[in-house]
Write a protein that binds this ligand. Structure first.
Ligand code: HXC
Length: 510
């Protein structure tokens, strides 16, 4: 018996070494952790239980029968994050470059199936040269199986991808179908075709970093939701995100202990909005002052900064926040910000996370760039996402809420539950200057008349009361009382049940 136990331990030790010490050293030399070190950091100490440690590939081509590393380039299993169950796979670059074989894919599929069955998030740590070239179509079939599971799990359990190395070819499409993608600066890349293929096909010379590095995907393409300095920081931040999320679409997000009075009055908010309507202020200041303990987890911080998206807690419960940012392009809605906010709203709705919308929006951005880029369709995504959401929705208008953007930003007409406005809010079709230029065009050369018309328009519309008289704004509230008002509003909505007409699925404008 002793021998058998020793043999088991030896086999385990060999499997834990992956591609061997030299390759582990090379991985460390690049500033990257190994697959197992990453799992250990991601999960609670000692909670990891591994599956399929001894699985090997079955390929006999290209001399592959001579190298059959245990585990086949991916570490899979389950464990806990702050006590809550998660499933994880972590590709091992030291074993055949973390490439995906038929059996490697089967291991990933096994834990994805268990995650869906048992209602727990799946976290994938990607560090792979893509399809294992020696296996040909078998590896492509393996990818296909993973893709199908990503699709079926979407909206059922949260799926998080952490890119910690190369991610090339079709391999990018599995992360692309997950809910959140995080990258590590300077050591992770995502592209459909690498720089060499780009050069051959288009003659364009571009570095891997420029083509698919963290900066490109968080600032330009919006493929990634965040980028971190190194593996350790990225994994710590994934733990923090998981704390905000429910385990599946039938379970409420966890309620955390909180030490911040939900009725906290915040007098500084009375002076947040500047006297001059064209002077910007930082909407993040409002978000931080509303959140429990000022804790805000921002999603897509570096992309389309004119809208802010992320998670806070109120009374210990997760709330998704969508807010216009007056500091960037005056908080206007455009193609990028509409797409960003729409995807976030849909995530929240799929996972029963209530939505707080903070509005200061001058409208949709005009111009040929926007129209040629399809702002009509992209703006409609956000309109559609809010209109189909059935989660509790509370909206606070702080200043401008003009035109189509007024309707889009979780207005009463899209069935938000509570629509509050600060006394500084202006609910109108457009700002006074633009309005007077159109409706009093005949007086355009008479500055006195224009000034009088502008004042008349401002007196009539530059306030929240016309909308409040019609019930489109439920109440005009004091800025200092906002946290208390929204905490009470969300508390009253905890048993909200709203159903939509039966359909196979909707046809959101894509
Ligand atoms: C088999 C692979 C591999 C692969 C890397 N390796 N990628 N083995 N299949 N796809 C092996 C290497 O042979 C090497 O083995 C070890 O992994 C480390 O790779 P290096 O090249 O030494 O590392 P590095 O210089 O860091 O370069 C990493 C890399 C490069 C950029 C990922 O390996 C690379 O370009 N690989 C091929 C990428 C690719 O074209 N993949 C197919 C994409 S198509 P040794 O034994 O020498 O250490 C695809 C289709 C999916 O994925 C479609 C789904 C529908």
């Amino acid at each position: 018996m002793k021998d058998i136990l020793e043999q088991l331990e030896e086999r385990r030790e060999a499997a834990r070494l992956g591609g061997g010490q030299a390759r582990i050293d090379a991985q460390h030399g690049r500033g990257k952790l190994t697959a197992r070190e990453r799992v250990d950091l991601l999960l609670d100490d000692g909670s990891f239980e591994e599956f399929d440690m001894f699985v090997t590939h079955r390929c006999t081509d290209f001399g592959m029968e001579k190298q059959k590393p245990a585990g086949d380039g991916v570490v899979t299993g389950w464990g806990t994050i702050n006590g809550r169950l998660v499933y994880v796979f972590s590709q091992d670059f030291t074993v055949l470059g973390g490439s995906v074989s038929e059996t490697h894919a089967k291991k990933i599929c096994k834990i994805m199936d268990m995650a869906v069955q048992n209602g727990a998030p799946v976290i994938g740590i990607n560090d792979s040269g893509g399809a294992r070239i020696q296996e040909g179509v078998d590896s492509l079939a393996g990818y296909g199986e993973v893709f199908q599971r990503n699709i079926e799990a979407s909206g059922v359990v949260p799926q998080i991808s952490v890119i910690m190395g190369p991610c090339a070819g079709g391999a990018v499409y599995s992360p692309a179908m997950t809910d959140f993608i995080f990258m590590v600066k300077d050591s992770s890349y995502m592209f459909v075709t690498g720089p060499e293929v780009v050069k051959t096909v288009t003659n364009e010379e571009v570095s891997a970093e420029e083509l698919g590095g963290a900066s490109t995907h968080t600032k330009k393409s919006s493929v990634a939701d965040g980028a971190f300095e190194n593996d350790v920081e990225a994994l710590a931040e994934v733990r923090r995100l998981v704390d905000f999320l429910p385990s599946n679409n039938r379970e409420a997000p966890p309620v955390r202990p909180f030490f911040d009075d939900p009725e906290r009055i915040e007098p500084s908010l009375d002076t947040l909005v500047p006297a001059n309507a064209n002077t910007p202020y930082d909407m993040k200041e409002l978000i931080l002052k509303l959140a429990d303990e000022g804790d805000f987890y921002e999603i897509q911080e570096d992309f389309a900064k004119n809208v802010i998206t992320g998670f806070i807690r109120i009374e210990g419960r997760t709330v998704g926040v969508v807010a216009n940012q007056p500091m960037v392009l005056a908080g206007v809605l455009d193609i990028d910000s509409s797409r960003k906010a729409a995807r976030f709203v849909r995530f929240c709705d799929a996972f029963e996370i209530p939505i707080l919308t903070l509005v200061d929006v001058p409208g949709f951005l005009p111009g040929t760039t926007q129209e040629y880029g399809g702002v009509i369709k992209h703006g409609a995504k956000l309109l559609f996402a809010y209109g189909e959401a059935t989660v509790p929705m509370v909206t606070v208008a702080t200043r401008k809420t003009y035109g189509g953007a007024y309707v889009v930003m979780a207005s009463k007409h899209l069935q938000a539950d509570f629509n509050y406005a600060w006394p500084t809010a202006e609910v109108a079709v457009m700002g006074a200057k633009g309005a007077v230029e159109i409706i009093h065009r005949a007086d355009k050369n008479d500055p006195d008349k224009i000034a009088a018309h502008t004042k008349e328009y401002e007196d009539r519309f530059a306030n929240p009361f016309v909308a409040a008289e019609r019930g489109f704004i439920d109440e005009v509230i004091q800025p200092r009382m906002t946290r208390k008002r929204i905490a009470r509003a969300f508390a009253s909505l905890r048993n909200k049940k709203k159903t939509m007409p039966w359909k196979k699925h909707d046809n959101i404008p894509l």
